[in-house]
Design a protein around this ligand. Structure first.
Ligand code: 26V
Length: 857
């Protein structure tokens, strides 16, 4: 006899509704709050209700069901947004059973889990990726066309969650994709910013930032979990109290709280039945907080308090190199870190878990210094809340953390003033002081009599103001410290943390970055993917080294022709997009030369600009006949931090040069410049597959790795680049003949640095002089010399990133590019070899390296 299906009245009683806030003071054994809320032997309760195998009919039915019952509209009345939301909810249904199963399997297996802590995740659009992961693309296409809907317009409707600034955030998104594809237990923790990276617009060629309200049209990919809310404390003071065992313990008496509300996002592996979780925290006011004020009768004050709390996750800081020591940023950091550790320790581990074994179950990877406050937070949890003695807690903590550094710029290394830290997190400051005290004792023992060394290595800096060096704290506490490309890791050891690497040589390691081939090849470049799969099968998608099997085809004329057709098709697709998106015209028969990345002086967009102006100058001055120029279209994409004035001047100048060059008949059909606004993941997916030439021209020793460089190489663009970041490894793998190297090496840069005089290059190089004179003349700014002065003056009198010193070498390399491009067969051969030899740059490989060298999971 089958059991009756439970109805509402036969269901076991649910636990009473509670404030749904798990606070620090809540005993961790309170298992009511998570896990199954009822137990029944009914078979329907033990596993997910499985979505029937996908058929076009089934998909149509689910889609219409979502439209009618989820959106509450008829197909005939529905908007594109209704249809997009219904389609997204349909796709997520097909992922749901795998998600529930993965979660259940993970709870059962109790394996070591990677908690990836990152303040940023630059995810890109979800619909396409999830259709790809579930292999539902064809079914969805057919189902939508049966409903009379153009699926492309629904894809275009999705606003990408831009919860990151650039490389660091996109890397985190690639890593969680790879971990799911490799079936590694991982929870990505971060912040659900209400406003992601600003939308860039241009007004009069200048950048104007518009808030990115990515949630406003609905967010079908997220699942709020109010039952897993966490209370986070701030401010107040500490006091010593005697506990029930007569021990003197420290107690934090905070003076305000906020609630962290988790939103879960699916992270599907590639067609492997695995769906991991990304858990992003949103800040809310506490009820208690509100109530108190409401009861006092001050309604307006209560609402203000709510705004205050919710400010914490309101907006992503759009700076990506110069930390400003903003209080709200520290609040954001502590907020998401406290929520995440609490979530793992109290809500994810079994409630009887013996925390002495924590390092067997948890490894916390710190994505740069932004989450480093997690170190004193774990110490506080263990010592103040769980009753561990200091030494044991420290031993556990050290084995749980590892730290990735993503920069070499001294100004990007985060420090927090002791005044601010002490005001916001008084207990954490005490803990940091004690960690530092004991660490410095260790230094004194290892290197007796060297007080200068002790001062240099101290986690607490004394000048210009007393502050905590977060990178040092991470290095002291982390079991491993890694850089993100070979050169970067070496410079990190030798230049950024030399004393630490002397003390603990084995702590330092390298993991070269990678990118997910699912999004950046399979999804972004369907044409190339089909060609590759037709040639060597589809194993490359999850084993990118297999692209090597393409090498012999570089010598096959028909393969090269097919490869060129792929590129051409991608260029046409890009041209069509830029026409409607930006009103830009891209000529079809020209070299597509692309520089897309954040705008920063060290990345040297100005060097690219000087190159464009010099080509233009050659023609307008009559030195070179227009017919002798290699037809070239330069595409820029770059956002500047809103407060980075020089970067914004550079954007203005690029736009001004583009306007002039594009309007000048003397170079028509030979040289054009396009600067589509608002470069983001969505645009990258269209731009990169169309590129012929990838610009990776940072000053050697400044770009930690770069990941755009990898995306271009894997999509068959050739790189013109300096010996910097992962360019070094790209060149080594693809071969010198298939990479255009130029510029000083890092040691050469350091040798030139003392007494560097940029104006000398101006004086001595006639071509550079003519280029700069033309720019400075106001030719590109309607005669306004003032408008170009900030950039020109900086180049001539400061040029901190030595664009002028590398100018000549860059131009020579560009001439080699032109010579190579003149031979289409040789060029495509090189491009194919770039694809075939870049499998190393899969983020799957990066993840294997983290697993082997750091996580041992
Ligand atoms: C710093 C700051 C400072 C405070 C304001 C917010 C903020 C946000 C991010 C950062 C760190 C920037 C570091 C970064 O994005 N590094 C990039 O990381 C990429 C992934 O490893 C790497 O490919 C790039 O070379 C590196 O610049």
């Amino acid at each position: 006899m089958s059991e009756p299906v439970p109805t509402a009245s036969t269901l076991p009683a649910q636990p009473p509704a509670d404030p749904a806030v798990v606070s620090d003071e809540t005993p961790s054994t309170d298992a009511r709050r998570i896990g199954p809320t009822f137990r029944t032997s009914h078979p329907l309760a033990s596993g997910p209700v499985v979505q029937p195998a996908p058929t076009v009919d089934g998909f149509v039915e689910t889609f219409l069901g979502e439209l009618n019952y989820g959106q509450g509209v008829l197909l005939s009345q529905s908007t594109v947004n209704d249809q997009y939301l219904a389609l997204a909810r349909t796709v997520r249904r097909y992922l749901m059973a795998d998600w529930l199963e993965t979660g259940a399997r993970r709870r059962q297996a109790q394996q070591k889990t990677v908690a990836y802590l990152s303040a940023e995740y630059l995810l890109g659009r979800q619909l396409g990726n999830n259709l790809l992961a579930t292999n539902l693309q064809d079914v969805a296409d057919a189902a939508m066309s049966r409903c009379g809907i153009d699926i492309a317009s629904l894809r275009a409707q999705e606003v990408e969650p831009g919860l990151g600034n650039g490389g660091l955030g996109r890397l985190a998104a690639c890593f969680v994709d790879s971990l799911a594809t490799m079936d590694v237990p991982c929870i990505g923790y971060g912040i659900r910013y209400e406003y992601g990276i600003f939308r860039q617009t241009f007004e009069g060629d200048r950048q104007v930032e518009v808030p990115d309200s990515w949630l406003s049209l609905g967010s079908p990919w997220e699942f709020p979990h109010p039952e897993r809310q966490v209370l986070v404390h701030f401010g107040g003071r500490t006091e010593e109290v005697t506990d029930e065992n007569g021990r003197v313990v420290c107690r934090w008496v905070p003076d305000w709280n906020v609630v962290g509300m988790p939103y879960h996002y699916m992270v599907p592996g590639h067609r492997n039945g695995v769906v991991n979780t990304l858990r992003l925290w949103s800040a809310k006011a506490t009820q208690a907080f509100d109530l108190q004020i409401f009861n006092s009768g001050d309604y307006a004050e209560a609402v203000r308090a709510q705004t205050f709390a919710e400010n914490i996750s309101k907006v992503l800081y759009p700076e990506d190199s110069t930390p400003q020591g903003k209080e709200l940023r520290l609040q954001q950091q502590y907020f998401f870190v406290a929520c995440s550790l609490h979530d793992f320790i109290d809500n994810t581990l079994p409630h009887d878990f013996d925390l002495r074994r924590l390092p067997e179950r948890l490894v916390v990877q710190l994505n740069d210094t932004h989450p480093v406050i997690a170190i004193p937070e774990l110490m506080r949890i263990l010592v103040d809340r769980k009753g561990f003695d200091w030494d044991e807690a420290w031993d556990i903590t050290k084995r749980c953390f590892a730290y990735t550094c993503h920069t070499l710029l001294p100004e990007a290394l985060e420090v927090w003033s002791v005044e601010l830290l002490g005001r916001l997190l008084p207990r954490h400051l005490e803990i940091i002081y004690r960690i530092n005290e004991e660490f410095l004792e260790e230094v004194r023992e290892a290197f007796p009599g060297d007080e200068m060394l002790v001062r240099r290595m101290s986690v607490i800096a004394e000048h210009p103001e007393r502050s905590v060096r977060m990178a040092y704290l991470a290095t002291v506490a982390g079991s491993k410290v890694n850089g993100v490309a070979e050169l970067h890791s070496q410079l990190l050891r030798d230049k950024v943390l030399p004393d630490f690497s002397r003390m603990w040589p084995d702590k330092f390691t390298n993991v070269t970055n990678g990118i997910t081939p699912r999004r950046f090849v399979l999804l972004a470049n369907r044409r190339l993917s089909d060609l590759v799969t037709d040639t060597i099968g589809d194993g490359w998608v999850t084993d990118l080294d297999r692209l090597r099997e393409l090498e012999p085809y570089a010598d096959d004329a028909s393969f090269r022709a097919a490869f060129r057709e792929v590129k051409q098709g991608n260029k046409e697709r890009l041209a069509a997009l830029l026409r409607v998106r930006d009103g830009l015209e891209i000529p079809q028969d020209s070299m597509l030369d692309v520089m897309v990345k954040r705008l920063h002086e060290y990345k040297r967009q100005t060097l690219k600009l000087l190159h464009i102006v010099s080509l233009y100058d050659d023609v307008v001055s009559g030195r070179v006949a227009a017919e002798d120029l290699t037809p070239r279209t330069v595409v820029f994409g770059a956002k500047a931090a809103p407060g980075y004035h020089l970067a914004k001047e550079i954007i203005f100048l690029v736009n001004a040069v583009a306007d002039t060059v594009n309007a000048d008949p003397r170079v028509a059909g030979r040289l054009s410049v396009a600067f589509p606004a608002n470069y983001n993941v969505t645009l990258a997916e269209k731009l990169i597959p169309a590129a012929d030439l990838s610009e990776q021209i940072s000053l050697a020793g400044k770009e930690a790795s770069g990941t755009g460089n990898m995306k271009f190489a894997l999509n068959g663009a050739l790189t013109i680049g300096t010996d910097d970041g992962a360019n070094v490894e790209i060149r080594r793998l693809v071969g010198d003949d298939h990479f255009f190297l130029f510029g000083m090496t890092e040691p050469e840069v350091e040798r030139l640095r003392p007494g560097y005089t940029p104006s000398m290059y101006y004086e001595e190089d006639a071509r550079l002089r003519s280029t700069i004179d033309l720019l400075a003349s106001g030719h590109f700014t309607g005669g306004d010399r003032q408008a170009v002065a900030p950039v020109i003056d900086n180049l001539l009198h400061q040029d901190a990133f030595m664009a002028l010193a590398d100018f000549r070498s860059y131009l020579d390399a560009q001439e080699r590019v032109e010579a190579a491009y003149a031979d289409p067969d040789a060029w495509s051969r090189s491009a194919i070899l770039n694809v075939a030899r870049s499998g190393f740059f899969s983020s799957d490989r990066s993840m294997r390296d983290y697993l082997d060298r750091i996580w041992h999971a």
